[in-house]
Design a protein around this ligand. Sequence first.
Ligand SMILES: Cc1cc2nc3c(=O)[nH]c(=O)nc-3n(C[C@H](O)[C@H](O)[C@H](O)COP(=O)(O)OP(=O)(O)OC[C@H]3O[C@@H](n4cnc5c(N)ncnc54)[C@H](O)[C@@H]3O)c2cc1C
Length: 412
Amino acid sequence: MSVTHPIIIIGAGHAGVTAAARLKELNWSDGIIMVDQQRNDPYERPPLSKDLLKTDSDGRAQLLRKTGWFEERGIQLLAGCAVTGIDRDAHVVQLSDGQVQPYHRLIIATGATARALPVPGADLPGVQMLKTHEDAVQLREALQQQKRIVVIGAGYIGMEVAAAATAAGCRTTVIEFQGRIMSRVTSEPISHFFENLHTQAGTEFRFSTGASEIQGDGRVERVLTNTGEIHEADVVVVGIGVIPNQDLAEQAGLLCNDGIIVDAEARTSDPHIYAIGDVSRSICQFENVDRRLECIQNATHQAAQAARSIMGADPAEPEIAWFWTVQHDKRLQTAGVRHPDDELVLRGDPAAGKFSVLYLREGRLAAIDTVGRLADFRQGKKLISARHMIDPITAADPDRPLSDSIRDLVTA
Ligand SMILES: Cc1cc2nc3c(=O)[nH]c(=O)nc-3n(C[C@H](O)[C@H](O)[C@H](O)COP(=O)(O)OP(=O)(O)OC[C@H]3O[C@@H](n4cnc5c(N)ncnc54)[C@H](O)[C@@H]3O)c2cc1C
Protein backbone atom coordinates (compact mmCIF):
# COMPACT_ATOMS: atom_id res chain seq x y z
CA MET A 1 0.00 0.00 0.00
CA SER A 2 1.41 3.40 -0.82
CA VAL A 3 -0.41 6.62 0.00
CA THR A 4 0.61 10.24 0.15
CA HIS A 5 -0.43 11.24 3.64
CA PRO A 6 0.70 9.77 6.97
CA ILE A 7 -1.38 8.16 9.67
CA ILE A 8 -1.69 10.64 12.50
CA ILE A 9 -2.04 9.39 16.05
CA ILE A 10 -3.17 11.93 18.64
CA GLY A 11 -1.79 10.89 22.03
CA ALA A 12 1.35 8.86 22.74
CA GLY A 13 0.06 6.90 25.72
CA HIS A 14 -0.40 3.14 25.94
CA ALA A 15 -2.99 3.06 23.19
CA GLY A 16 -1.30 5.44 20.73
CA VAL A 17 2.17 3.92 21.04
CA THR A 18 0.83 0.39 20.68
CA ALA A 19 -1.11 1.42 17.58
CA ALA A 20 2.11 2.75 16.00
CA ALA A 21 3.91 -0.48 16.90
CA ARG A 22 1.16 -2.70 15.44
CA LEU A 23 1.03 -0.63 12.24
CA LYS A 24 4.76 -1.08 11.77
CA GLU A 25 4.50 -4.83 12.46
CA LEU A 26 1.83 -5.00 9.76
CA ASN A 27 4.28 -3.29 7.40
CA TRP A 28 2.73 0.14 7.15
CA SER A 29 5.45 1.76 5.07
CA ASP A 30 4.24 5.34 4.78
CA GLY A 31 4.56 7.94 7.50
CA ILE A 32 3.25 7.82 11.05
CA ILE A 33 3.10 11.05 13.02
CA MET A 34 2.38 10.89 16.73
CA VAL A 35 1.37 14.11 18.44
CA ASP A 36 1.37 14.44 22.21
CA GLN A 37 1.02 17.51 24.34
CA GLN A 38 3.35 16.01 26.97
CA ARG A 39 7.05 16.77 26.51
CA ASN A 40 8.34 13.58 28.15
CA ASP A 41 9.16 10.39 26.33
CA PRO A 42 6.00 8.25 26.50
CA TYR A 43 5.87 6.31 29.79
CA GLU A 44 3.85 3.67 31.67
CA ARG A 45 1.08 4.92 33.93
CA PRO A 46 0.40 1.90 36.21
CA PRO A 47 3.72 2.24 38.15
CA LEU A 48 2.88 5.87 38.98
CA SER A 49 0.59 4.73 41.81
CA LYS A 50 2.59 1.60 42.68
CA ASP A 51 6.39 1.17 42.51
CA LEU A 52 7.15 4.79 41.78
CA LEU A 53 5.55 5.92 45.04
CA LYS A 54 7.78 3.66 47.10
CA THR A 55 10.11 5.91 49.03
CA ASP A 56 13.15 3.90 47.87
CA SER A 57 12.23 4.08 44.16
CA ASP A 58 14.50 6.12 41.93
CA GLY A 59 11.47 8.18 40.88
CA ARG A 60 12.18 7.64 37.21
CA ALA A 61 9.39 7.01 34.72
CA GLN A 62 9.30 3.60 33.05
CA LEU A 63 9.36 4.32 29.34
CA LEU A 64 6.83 2.66 27.05
CA ARG A 65 9.58 2.16 24.46
CA LYS A 66 13.31 2.50 24.83
CA THR A 67 14.99 5.71 23.70
CA GLY A 68 15.44 5.77 19.93
CA TRP A 69 12.58 3.33 19.26
CA PHE A 70 10.46 5.88 17.39
CA GLU A 71 13.31 7.21 15.22
CA GLU A 72 14.49 3.69 14.36
CA ARG A 73 11.06 2.93 12.93
CA GLY A 74 10.64 6.22 11.14
CA ILE A 75 7.83 7.29 13.46
CA GLN A 76 7.77 11.04 13.96
CA LEU A 77 6.93 11.96 17.55
CA LEU A 78 5.85 15.56 18.04
CA ALA A 79 6.16 15.86 21.82
CA GLY A 80 4.95 19.02 23.53
CA CYS A 81 2.48 19.72 20.73
CA ALA A 82 -1.31 19.46 21.00
CA VAL A 83 -3.85 18.79 18.30
CA THR A 84 -6.30 21.67 18.53
CA GLY A 85 -8.78 20.78 15.82
CA ILE A 86 -9.83 18.16 13.28
CA ASP A 87 -11.19 19.10 9.85
CA ARG A 88 -12.86 15.92 8.64
CA ASP A 89 -13.77 17.29 5.20
CA ALA A 90 -10.22 18.37 4.43
CA HIS A 91 -8.67 15.35 6.26
CA VAL A 92 -6.33 17.59 8.26
CA VAL A 93 -5.57 18.31 11.89
CA GLN A 94 -4.54 21.67 13.32
CA LEU A 95 -1.59 21.69 15.69
CA SER A 96 -0.86 24.04 18.58
CA ASP A 97 2.29 25.28 16.78
CA GLY A 98 0.10 26.57 13.95
CA GLN A 99 0.82 23.77 11.49
CA VAL A 100 -1.90 22.02 9.55
CA GLN A 101 -1.16 18.36 8.96
CA PRO A 102 -3.03 16.18 6.46
CA TYR A 103 -3.83 12.58 7.35
CA HIS A 104 -4.63 9.38 5.49
CA ARG A 105 -6.21 7.90 8.63
CA LEU A 106 -6.51 9.52 12.05
CA ILE A 107 -6.30 7.67 15.37
CA ILE A 108 -7.56 9.51 18.44
CA ALA A 109 -5.86 8.15 21.56
CA THR A 110 -6.21 11.14 23.85
CA GLY A 111 -6.98 9.20 27.06
CA ALA A 112 -8.86 10.74 29.95
CA THR A 113 -8.42 13.53 32.47
CA ALA A 114 -8.69 13.04 36.24
CA ARG A 115 -12.01 14.42 37.45
CA ALA A 116 -11.66 17.58 39.56
CA LEU A 117 -13.21 17.70 43.04
CA PRO A 118 -16.16 20.12 42.85
CA VAL A 119 -15.79 21.74 46.29
CA PRO A 120 -14.39 25.08 47.51
CA GLY A 121 -10.63 25.02 48.04
CA ALA A 122 -10.01 22.15 45.62
CA ASP A 123 -7.58 24.38 43.72
CA LEU A 124 -5.32 25.06 46.74
CA PRO A 125 -1.68 24.02 46.39
CA GLY A 126 -1.22 20.62 47.98
CA VAL A 127 -4.44 19.24 46.46
CA GLN A 128 -3.44 16.98 43.64
CA MET A 129 -4.48 14.23 41.24
CA LEU A 130 -2.34 11.30 40.14
CA LYS A 131 -2.21 11.07 36.39
CA THR A 132 1.24 12.13 35.26
CA HIS A 133 4.83 11.38 36.18
CA GLU A 134 5.12 14.90 37.64
CA ASP A 135 2.12 14.19 39.89
CA ALA A 136 3.75 10.97 41.10
CA VAL A 137 7.13 12.58 41.79
CA GLN A 138 5.45 15.38 43.73
CA LEU A 139 3.44 12.90 45.79
CA ARG A 140 6.47 10.69 46.45
CA GLU A 141 8.29 13.67 47.92
CA ALA A 142 5.40 14.26 50.32
CA LEU A 143 5.43 10.57 51.30
CA GLN A 144 9.17 10.71 51.92
CA GLN A 145 8.57 13.62 54.28
CA GLN A 146 5.84 11.62 56.06
CA LYS A 147 3.21 14.27 55.51
CA ARG A 148 -0.42 13.85 56.58
CA ILE A 149 -2.32 12.53 53.59
CA VAL A 150 -6.04 12.64 52.94
CA VAL A 151 -7.20 10.57 49.99
CA ILE A 152 -10.58 11.45 48.53
CA GLY A 153 -12.09 8.49 46.70
CA ALA A 154 -11.46 4.82 47.51
CA GLY A 155 -11.11 3.54 43.95
CA TYR A 156 -8.07 1.68 42.62
CA ILE A 157 -5.82 4.73 42.46
CA GLY A 158 -6.91 6.14 45.82
CA MET A 159 -6.29 2.80 47.50
CA GLU A 160 -2.89 2.32 45.86
CA VAL A 161 -1.94 5.79 47.09
CA ALA A 162 -3.20 5.00 50.61
CA ALA A 163 -1.10 1.81 50.64
CA ALA A 164 2.03 3.69 49.59
CA ALA A 165 1.35 6.48 52.08
CA THR A 166 0.92 4.24 55.12
CA ALA A 167 3.92 2.14 54.05
CA ALA A 168 5.94 5.36 54.04
CA GLY A 169 4.79 6.13 57.56
CA CYS A 170 2.29 8.86 56.68
CA ARG A 171 -0.89 9.38 58.66
CA THR A 172 -3.48 8.49 56.04
CA THR A 173 -7.21 9.01 55.94
CA VAL A 174 -9.49 7.94 53.11
CA ILE A 175 -12.81 9.68 52.56
CA GLU A 176 -15.33 7.77 50.45
CA PHE A 177 -18.95 8.47 49.47
CA GLN A 178 -19.85 4.78 49.26
CA GLY A 179 -19.91 2.28 52.10
CA ARG A 180 -16.83 0.28 51.08
CA ILE A 181 -13.65 0.56 49.01
CA MET A 182 -13.54 -0.12 45.25
CA SER A 183 -17.33 -0.52 45.31
CA ARG A 184 -17.76 0.45 41.64
CA VAL A 185 -15.49 -2.30 40.40
CA THR A 186 -15.63 -5.22 42.80
CA SER A 187 -17.76 -7.17 45.26
CA GLU A 188 -17.96 -7.05 49.04
CA PRO A 189 -15.62 -9.99 49.81
CA ILE A 190 -12.82 -8.36 47.82
CA SER A 191 -13.49 -4.89 49.25
CA HIS A 192 -13.46 -6.25 52.78
CA PHE A 193 -10.28 -8.23 52.26
CA PHE A 194 -8.42 -5.16 51.03
CA GLU A 195 -10.02 -2.84 53.56
CA ASN A 196 -8.67 -5.10 56.34
CA LEU A 197 -5.18 -4.91 54.89
CA HIS A 198 -5.36 -1.14 54.80
CA THR A 199 -6.82 -0.85 58.29
CA GLN A 200 -4.15 -3.15 59.73
CA ALA A 201 -1.52 -0.96 58.08
CA GLY A 202 -2.97 2.09 59.81
CA THR A 203 -5.17 3.75 57.17
CA GLU A 204 -8.30 5.34 58.60
CA PHE A 205 -11.53 5.26 56.61
CA ARG A 206 -14.53 7.52 56.57
CA PHE A 207 -17.26 5.79 54.57
CA SER A 208 -20.57 7.27 53.44
CA THR A 209 -18.80 10.61 53.72
CA GLY A 210 -18.04 13.36 51.23
CA ALA A 211 -15.44 16.09 51.30
CA SER A 212 -17.37 19.37 51.43
CA GLU A 213 -14.55 21.92 51.55
CA ILE A 214 -10.79 22.18 51.58
CA GLN A 215 -9.26 24.96 53.64
CA GLY A 216 -5.81 26.41 54.12
CA ASP A 217 -3.89 29.67 54.17
CA GLY A 218 -2.21 29.64 50.76
CA ARG A 219 -1.92 25.85 50.90
CA VAL A 220 -4.10 22.96 51.98
CA GLU A 221 -4.34 22.52 55.75
CA ARG A 222 -7.57 20.61 56.34
CA VAL A 223 -10.50 18.84 54.71
CA LEU A 224 -14.04 19.38 55.97
CA THR A 225 -16.60 16.64 55.46
CA ASN A 226 -20.37 16.62 55.06
CA THR A 227 -20.55 14.73 58.36
CA GLY A 228 -19.02 17.68 60.20
CA GLU A 229 -15.52 16.25 60.64
CA ILE A 230 -12.27 18.12 60.09
CA HIS A 231 -9.18 16.23 58.87
CA GLU A 232 -5.82 17.95 59.07
CA ALA A 233 -3.86 17.40 55.85
CA ASP A 234 -0.57 18.45 54.26
CA VAL A 235 -1.50 16.81 50.97
CA VAL A 236 -4.88 15.81 49.55
CA VAL A 237 -5.00 13.28 46.74
CA VAL A 238 -8.20 13.28 44.70
CA GLY A 239 -9.06 10.01 42.97
CA ILE A 240 -12.68 10.28 41.93
CA GLY A 241 -12.58 8.97 38.40
CA VAL A 242 -11.78 10.36 34.97
CA ILE A 243 -13.44 12.16 32.10
CA PRO A 244 -12.65 11.10 28.51
CA ASN A 245 -10.73 13.68 26.44
CA GLN A 246 -13.33 13.75 23.68
CA ASP A 247 -13.56 17.51 23.00
CA LEU A 248 -11.73 17.30 19.67
CA ALA A 249 -14.01 14.50 18.52
CA GLU A 250 -17.15 16.30 19.64
CA GLN A 251 -16.11 19.49 17.90
CA ALA A 252 -15.48 17.47 14.75
CA GLY A 253 -19.02 16.05 14.96
CA LEU A 254 -18.07 12.46 15.82
CA LEU A 255 -20.59 10.43 17.80
CA CYS A 256 -19.73 10.62 21.52
CA ASN A 257 -21.46 9.61 24.73
CA ASP A 258 -19.08 9.60 27.69
CA GLY A 259 -16.42 8.41 25.27
CA ILE A 260 -16.04 8.40 21.50
CA ILE A 261 -18.32 5.68 20.15
CA VAL A 262 -16.43 3.04 18.15
CA ASP A 263 -17.21 -0.30 16.54
CA ALA A 264 -15.41 -3.64 16.95
CA GLU A 265 -12.62 -2.36 14.71
CA ALA A 266 -12.22 0.82 16.78
CA ARG A 267 -13.74 2.93 13.97
CA THR A 268 -15.65 6.06 14.94
CA SER A 269 -18.72 7.36 13.12
CA ASP A 270 -16.24 8.61 10.48
CA PRO A 271 -14.64 5.56 8.79
CA HIS A 272 -11.34 7.44 8.34
CA ILE A 273 -11.03 8.13 12.05
CA TYR A 274 -10.39 5.62 14.84
CA ALA A 275 -10.55 6.11 18.62
CA ILE A 276 -8.77 3.82 21.05
CA GLY A 277 -8.04 3.48 24.76
CA ASP A 278 -9.60 5.38 27.65
CA VAL A 279 -11.23 7.94 25.35
CA SER A 280 -13.39 5.42 23.50
CA ARG A 281 -16.61 3.56 24.23
CA SER A 282 -17.35 0.31 22.48
CA ILE A 283 -19.66 -2.67 22.53
CA CYS A 284 -18.20 -5.54 24.54
CA GLN A 285 -18.20 -8.47 22.12
CA PHE A 286 -18.95 -10.97 24.89
CA GLU A 287 -21.89 -9.22 26.50
CA ASN A 288 -23.29 -6.93 23.83
CA VAL A 289 -23.26 -3.91 26.14
CA ASP A 290 -21.31 -0.75 25.50
CA ARG A 291 -18.81 0.55 28.00
CA ARG A 292 -15.72 2.67 28.37
CA LEU A 293 -12.85 0.69 29.84
CA GLU A 294 -9.89 2.32 31.56
CA CYS A 295 -7.21 -0.33 31.45
CA ILE A 296 -4.03 -1.26 29.62
CA GLN A 297 -5.56 -4.40 28.13
CA ASN A 298 -8.29 -2.40 26.44
CA ALA A 299 -5.88 0.30 25.23
CA THR A 300 -3.55 -2.22 23.60
CA HIS A 301 -6.35 -4.39 22.24
CA GLN A 302 -8.11 -1.47 20.55
CA ALA A 303 -4.75 -0.33 19.19
CA ALA A 304 -4.45 -3.73 17.49
CA GLN A 305 -8.04 -3.49 16.22
CA ALA A 306 -7.39 -0.09 14.66
CA ALA A 307 -4.07 -1.10 13.09
CA ARG A 308 -5.55 -4.28 11.61
CA SER A 309 -8.54 -2.42 10.25
CA ILE A 310 -6.37 0.26 8.63
CA MET A 311 -4.14 -2.40 7.07
CA GLY A 312 -7.07 -4.53 5.89
CA ALA A 313 -5.87 -7.47 8.00
CA ASP A 314 -8.24 -9.98 9.65
CA PRO A 315 -9.94 -8.41 12.67
CA ALA A 316 -8.22 -8.87 16.02
CA GLU A 317 -9.66 -11.77 18.07
CA PRO A 318 -12.07 -10.55 20.78
CA GLU A 319 -10.38 -10.34 24.17
CA ILE A 320 -11.66 -10.51 27.72
CA ALA A 321 -10.99 -7.27 29.58
CA TRP A 322 -8.55 -7.71 32.46
CA PHE A 323 -7.01 -5.50 35.08
CA TRP A 324 -4.83 -5.62 38.16
CA THR A 325 -4.11 -3.55 41.23
CA VAL A 326 -1.46 -3.98 43.92
CA GLN A 327 -2.11 -2.82 47.47
CA HIS A 328 0.16 -3.73 50.40
CA ASP A 329 1.89 -6.30 48.20
CA LYS A 330 -1.36 -8.14 47.51
CA ARG A 331 -2.26 -8.32 43.85
CA LEU A 332 -5.89 -8.36 42.78
CA GLN A 333 -6.37 -9.69 39.25
CA THR A 334 -9.67 -9.22 37.52
CA ALA A 335 -10.96 -10.63 34.26
CA GLY A 336 -14.29 -9.72 32.70
CA VAL A 337 -16.58 -7.01 34.00
CA ARG A 338 -18.79 -7.83 36.97
CA HIS A 339 -22.36 -6.67 37.32
CA PRO A 340 -23.85 -5.95 40.78
CA ASP A 341 -26.64 -8.49 40.11
CA ASP A 342 -24.26 -11.37 39.32
CA GLU A 343 -24.38 -14.54 41.46
CA LEU A 344 -21.24 -14.64 43.63
CA VAL A 345 -19.24 -17.80 44.26
CA LEU A 346 -16.45 -17.61 46.83
CA ARG A 347 -13.56 -19.98 46.18
CA GLY A 348 -10.82 -20.32 48.78
CA ASP A 349 -10.24 -18.60 52.08
CA PRO A 350 -9.85 -14.81 52.30
CA ALA A 351 -8.24 -15.22 55.73
CA ALA A 352 -5.43 -17.18 54.06
CA GLY A 353 -4.95 -14.41 51.50
CA LYS A 354 -5.64 -16.78 48.58
CA PHE A 355 -9.13 -16.75 47.16
CA SER A 356 -11.25 -15.92 44.15
CA VAL A 357 -14.70 -14.50 43.67
CA LEU A 358 -16.56 -15.73 40.61
CA TYR A 359 -19.38 -13.74 39.07
CA LEU A 360 -21.98 -15.93 37.37
CA ARG A 361 -24.55 -14.47 35.01
CA GLU A 362 -27.28 -16.75 33.74
CA GLY A 363 -25.16 -19.69 34.86
CA ARG A 364 -22.06 -18.62 32.92
CA LEU A 365 -18.85 -17.15 34.26
CA ALA A 366 -18.96 -13.42 33.44
CA ALA A 367 -16.04 -12.17 35.54
CA ILE A 368 -13.55 -13.26 38.18
CA ASP A 369 -11.50 -11.52 40.86
CA THR A 370 -8.54 -13.42 42.23
CA VAL A 371 -6.05 -12.82 45.02
CA GLY A 372 -3.04 -15.14 45.15
CA ARG A 373 -4.60 -17.70 42.78
CA LEU A 374 -3.01 -17.12 39.39
CA ALA A 375 -4.31 -20.41 37.99
CA ASP A 376 -7.90 -19.30 38.67
CA PHE A 377 -7.24 -16.06 36.82
CA ARG A 378 -5.85 -17.88 33.77
CA GLN A 379 -8.57 -20.52 33.68
CA GLY A 380 -11.23 -17.93 34.46
CA LYS A 381 -10.31 -15.90 31.38
CA LYS A 382 -10.70 -19.01 29.23
CA LEU A 383 -14.01 -19.96 30.80
CA ILE A 384 -15.40 -16.45 30.33
CA SER A 385 -14.53 -16.46 26.63
CA ALA A 386 -15.83 -19.99 26.10
CA ARG A 387 -19.14 -19.09 27.78
CA HIS A 388 -19.47 -22.49 29.44
CA MET A 389 -22.23 -23.12 31.97
CA ILE A 390 -20.61 -23.42 35.40
CA ASP A 391 -21.56 -25.59 38.36
CA PRO A 392 -21.30 -23.23 41.36
CA ILE A 393 -20.73 -26.00 43.91
CA THR A 394 -17.75 -27.45 42.08
CA ALA A 395 -16.46 -23.96 41.34
CA ALA A 396 -16.50 -23.14 45.06
CA ASP A 397 -14.10 -26.02 45.82
CA PRO A 398 -10.61 -24.44 45.85
CA ASP A 399 -8.91 -27.84 45.71
CA ARG A 400 -10.32 -28.63 42.28
CA PRO A 401 -9.22 -26.82 39.13
CA LEU A 402 -11.73 -24.24 38.00
CA SER A 403 -12.08 -26.03 34.68
CA ASP A 404 -13.71 -28.96 36.53
CA SER A 405 -16.74 -26.76 37.07
CA ILE A 406 -17.77 -26.69 33.40
CA ARG A 407 -21.29 -28.05 33.45
CA ASP A 408 -21.64 -28.70 29.76
CA LEU A 409 -20.16 -27.44 26.54
CA VAL A 410 -23.14 -25.42 25.33
CA THR A 411 -21.96 -22.21 23.71
CA ALA A 412 -24.15 -19.31 22.78
C1 LIG B 1 -1.88 6.28 38.28
C2 LIG B 1 -2.51 5.30 37.33
C3 LIG B 1 -2.42 3.94 37.59
C4 LIG B 1 -3.01 3.02 36.73
N1 LIG B 1 -2.89 1.68 36.99
C5 LIG B 1 -3.38 0.79 36.11
C6 LIG B 1 -3.21 -0.61 36.33
O1 LIG B 1 -2.66 -1.04 37.32
N2 LIG B 1 -3.69 -1.48 35.37
C7 LIG B 1 -4.33 -1.02 34.24
O2 LIG B 1 -4.74 -1.84 33.41
N3 LIG B 1 -4.53 0.30 34.04
C8 LIG B 1 -4.07 1.21 34.94
N4 LIG B 1 -4.26 2.54 34.72
C9 LIG B 1 -5.05 2.98 33.57
C10 LIG B 1 -4.19 2.98 32.32
O3 LIG B 1 -2.99 3.67 32.57
C11 LIG B 1 -4.99 3.63 31.19
O4 LIG B 1 -6.08 2.79 30.89
C12 LIG B 1 -4.11 3.80 29.95
O5 LIG B 1 -3.04 4.68 30.22
C13 LIG B 1 -4.95 4.33 28.79
O6 LIG B 1 -4.10 4.60 27.72
P1 LIG B 1 -4.47 5.74 26.66
O7 LIG B 1 -3.37 5.70 25.65
O8 LIG B 1 -5.87 5.56 26.24
O9 LIG B 1 -4.41 7.09 27.48
P2 LIG B 1 -3.19 7.84 28.17
O10 LIG B 1 -2.16 6.86 28.63
O11 LIG B 1 -3.81 8.73 29.18
O12 LIG B 1 -2.55 8.70 26.98
C14 LIG B 1 -3.26 9.76 26.37
C15 LIG B 1 -2.25 10.75 25.82
O13 LIG B 1 -2.92 11.67 24.98
C16 LIG B 1 -2.31 12.94 25.12
N5 LIG B 1 -3.27 13.96 24.65
C17 LIG B 1 -4.52 14.21 25.12
N6 LIG B 1 -5.11 15.18 24.40
C18 LIG B 1 -4.23 15.56 23.44
C19 LIG B 1 -4.25 16.51 22.37
N7 LIG B 1 -5.31 17.28 22.13
N8 LIG B 1 -3.15 16.65 21.60
C20 LIG B 1 -2.05 15.88 21.82
N9 LIG B 1 -1.98 14.96 22.82
C21 LIG B 1 -3.05 14.79 23.61
C22 LIG B 1 -2.00 13.01 26.60
O14 LIG B 1 -0.96 13.93 26.86
C23 LIG B 1 -1.57 11.56 26.89
O15 LIG B 1 -0.18 11.39 26.81
C24 LIG B 1 -3.70 3.49 35.58
C25 LIG B 1 -3.80 4.87 35.33
C26 LIG B 1 -3.21 5.77 36.19
C27 LIG B 1 -3.32 7.24 35.92
